[in-house]
Design a protein around this ligand. Structure first.
Ligand code: HEM
Length: 139
């Protein structure tokens, strides 16, 4: 992807620029907490919420650890849980465009609650579309 410097002066997607803009480990955990809170609250996300276990503690931990590495920070997921490939991790679930979009909506609501620059929120959502679309396994 074309590199660009944004209003933070950091280049998202280069080195750990995105991870630092997201607030490091603490910031990413806040994002993920807000993400799962949105999933519990939004009627549009009910189907996706119901795919998860009642207790979301492990889901929160796994997603926060995954995103840390995905954003260019420490690879905390593989440290604790081993290697992962996102499409494979979701293939036992039925994910169509509606489920993909509900997941991304929760992420948008969550990102909007964070003290991120607007251009980072846009960047983040655009980038997350890629693994979300790769996790889709039905029309
Ligand atoms: C496209 C819509 C998505 C849906 C509906 C969805 C749903 C889920 C569900 C229900 C689980 C728990 C699976 C289980 O316990 O059996 C899960 C796990 C996980 N998801 Fe997603 N997900 C989506 C997209 C994503 C994306 C885009 C990412 C990363 C950027 C992601 C990262 C993860 C991770 C790291 C796990 C833990 C996997 C494991 O340890 O096996 N998910 N997802």
């Amino acid at each position: 992807m074309k590199k660009a410097t944004y209003e933070t002066g950091l280049t998202y997607g280069e080195g750990d620029g995105s991870f630092r803009t997201a607030g490091g480990v603490v910031g990413v955990r806040k994002l993920v907490d807000a993400f799962y809170d949105a999933m519990c609250e939004l009627p549009e996300a009910k189907t996706v919420r119901d795919m998860h276990q009642d207790n979301l503690d492990e889901s929160r931990d796994k997603l926060a650890r995954f995103l840390s590495g995905w954003l260019g920070g420490p690879k905390l997921f593989s440290e604790k849980y081993g290697p992962i490939r996102i499409p494979v991790a979701h293939r036992h679930l039925e994910i169509g465009p509606a489920e993909r979009d509900a997941w991304l909506l929760c992420m948008k609501v969550a990102a909007d609650q964070q003290p991120y620059p607007d251009d980072f929120k846009d960047y983040l959502l655009k980038q997350l579309f890629v693994p979300a679309e790769r996790s889709r396994n039905k029309d």
